[in-house]
Design a protein around this ligand. Structure first.
Ligand SMILES: [Zn+2]
Length: 121
């Protein structure tokens, strides 16, 4: 019998825990380094998705996995959840099970909850 194990965010796991602010420029409007552009873009999608759900805004399209196992783009979607207590956003791919946690997003331009009067398109 095959079960799915959900890793607990605790010491000793290899799960990514990213403070996105460490990857941004000084004004927190874009990547701090050119090679971080794609990663920042994907994390931005995750943050936007999670905070939109939290704000009660329905989002049709879930962010896609960005990994490329065997050089082929992973076809998985990301399962994303926001922990309201820790303000950590957790993601996990439905296919390759890549997962991580992003923090430090509150108040950034991807944070929908900070600008709930704006319409997401
Ligand atoms: Zn994947």
């Amino acid at each position: 019998m095959v079960g799915i194990t959900f890793l607990q965010p605790s010491r000793g796991t290899s799960m990514w825990v990213i403070n996105i602010r460490h990857w941004l420029n000084e004004s927190f409007t874009g990547p701090g380094l050119p090679q971080l552009k794609f990663k920042v873009q994907k994390l931005g999608e995750i943050i936007t998705y999670a905070t939109a759900i939290e704000a009660g805004i329905p989002v049709d399209v879930r962010p896609q996995c960005w990994r490329k196992p065997q050089r082929k783009p992973c076809a998985g979607e990301l399962e994303i959840s926001l922990n309201p207590d820790t303000k950590q956003i957790h993601w996990q791919c439905t296919e390759c099970r890549d997962e991580g946690v992003v923090t430090g997003w509150s108040g950034l331009m991807w944070d929908i909850s900070a600008s709930s009067s704006e319409i997401l398109h």
